[in-house]
Design a protein around this ligand. Structure first.
Ligand code: SF4
Ligand code: SF4
Length: 110
């Protein structure tokens, strides 16, 4: 049996998008150590405080939030998506039911 690994990117159901407040990052690299996907790296340039800051490769991010959990300055925000956009059709009859339920709740809290 051939067990050789390939370099084909793994298919991921969950995807993430990391947003970093680069002016508050001090380049401690705790987040790069915590990221198992190697999605984070130090910049070549400096921020306004004179630190190299973190840049992300969101194509590799799975949204695991490890980086945000270890960041001592809470400068990382992680957004998760399921990687696919799905269109959901809601039948008119259900929409009417929803409207009725919302109306009755509004009546109750008047
Ligand atoms: S959310 Fe997870 S995969 Fe994405 S950059 Fe942070 S540690 Fe890496
Ligand atoms: S853990 Fe936070 S402060 Fe440290 S390098 Fe990463 S983003 Fe910057």
């Amino acid at each position: 049996m051939d067990t050789a690994k390939t370099n084909t990117p793994r298919e991921r159901k969950l995807k993430g998008k990391v947003v970093i407040d680069i002016q508050k990052c001090k380049g401690c690299e705790l987040c790069t150590i915590a990221c198992k996907e190697n999605a984070l790296a130090l910049s070549e340039t400096l921020n306004s405080k004179g630190y190299r800051y973190i840049i992300s490769n969101n194509d590799l991010c799975t949204g695991c939030i490890n980086c945000a959990l270890v960041c001592p300055d809470a400068v990382i925000t992680v957004y998760r998506t399921d990687g696919k956009k799905k269109k959901i059709e809601i039948p008119q009859s259900e929409l009417k039911d929803e409207k009725n339920i919302i109306s009755s709740i509004l009546e109750e809290i008047k």
